[in-house]
Design a protein around this ligand. Structure first.
Ligand code: SF4
Ligand code: MG
Length: 335
């Protein structure tokens, strides 16, 4: 399979006035052409910082301090700001949780999509307008010929999110990074947007990184899942493995905290107690040890290495050590 993205040994820190916050502490993963993966974790786990590092969008005082980010074989950490700008416009696109941060309230939706199209595809105004209408139609905006002249405030939240996806996709990126793209939306619209992303993956063969705190969101769209915590990957596997054969206590916690609408209409949400580690002084052992019900002495003292538990499945947890006790866990996810 052709590699779209290979992140190797990524370390990103924020050099604040109180010290170095080690937000990403050695993260490696890859993504094939046309593949969709999910990066999942609570806020503060490092998932957004990972994507901002890839996009070259880290804000001061954030800095990639080590590792490689190979996009189609080229190391993005070695690109100038100007080169990154051109890559972002043409080949890699990003959508964020709040579309209002990316849409300009004083221009029409159409003007903004046309601007993106003209900048990247060199079309004239009339052709760009036609393409903008086409894109709005593709993302399921009703009467796109009329809606193209609306301002962002005339769109509902769900429609703005679709418009932003249209804008991101109008340059036909080979990689789309979506950071919590549906978090602010209600459940029905959320499902529609995810369905749309799935469609676009098939139609345009775009590779997708979907970043979310909600494991439930990635199940349908992604074939692989990377679970992050404390600036590290805790577990990585196929969606099937992560849901039905999870090996990491943090993944177990995330699975139990998925809102369940199917159980008598009641949400069954069991949050993981405690809060993420302070990455100004990262724990020397497993970052999850302070919250893990299975923590052993060694967990506090030493960071585990990855254990390969299946062909495409690895976990960073001492429970896989041959001397560790056997634990069986009921995550509530049924096949
Ligand atoms: Fe829990 Fe230890 Fe595994 Fe960390 S290494 S998740 S503390 S059992
Ligand atoms: Mg985030």
């Amino acid at each position: 399979n052709e590699k779209m993205l290979e992140v190797k040994g990524l370390r990103t820190s924020f050099f604040t006035h109180v010290g170095e916050v080690k937000a990403i502490r050695g993260v490696s993963f890859s993504l094939d052409k046309g593949e969709a993966i999910g990066i999942v974790g609570e806020s503060g786990s490092g998932k957004s910082v990972t994507s901002l590092s890839v996009m070259g969008l880290l804000q001061y005082p954030g800095k990639v301090i080590d590792g490689e980010i190979l996009f189609k074989g080229q190391d993005l950490t070695k690109k100038s700001d100007k080169e990154m700008q051109s890559i972002r416009g043409n080949e890699v696109a990003m959508i964020f949780q709040d579309p209002m941060t990316s849409l300009n309230p004083v221009y029409t939706i159409g003007d903004q999509i046309m601007e993106a199209i003209r900048r990247h595809q060199g079309l004239n105004k009339e052709e760009a307008r036609k393409k903008a209408i086409e894109m709005l139609k593709l993302v399921g905006i009703p009467s796109p010929e009329k809606r193209v002249d609306n301002y962002p405030h005339e769109f509902s939240g769900g429609m703005r999110q679709r418009a932003m996806i249209a804008m991101a996709l109008s340059c036909e990126p080979s990689l789309l990074i979506a950071d919590e793209p549906t978090t602010a939306l209600d459940v029905t619209i959320q499902a529609q947007i995810l369905e749309l992303m799935k469609d676009l993956k098939e139609k345009i063969n775009t590779s997708i990184i979907l970043i979310t705190h909600d494991l439930g969101v990635v199940a349908d769209v992604c074939s692989r899942i990377v679970v992050m915590y404390g600036g590290l990957i805790m577990e990585e596997g196929t969606t099937e493995e992560i849901f039905y054969n999870p090996k990491h206590p943090y993944t177990w916690g995330l699975l139990k905290s998925i809102p369940r609408l199917d159980l008598g209409g009641k949400k069954r949400l069991v949050p993981i107690e405690g809060s993420p580690p302070d990455l100004l002084k990262p724990p020397k052992g497993c970052p999850f040890a302070a919250r893990c019900p299975y923590a052993m002495k060694i967990c506090m003292e030493q960071l585990p290495e990855f254990y390969q538990v299946g062909e495409n499945h690895r976990t960073l947890c001492w429970l896989q050590d041959e001397n560790a006790p056997q634990v069986e866990v009921e995550t509530g996810v049924q096949r």
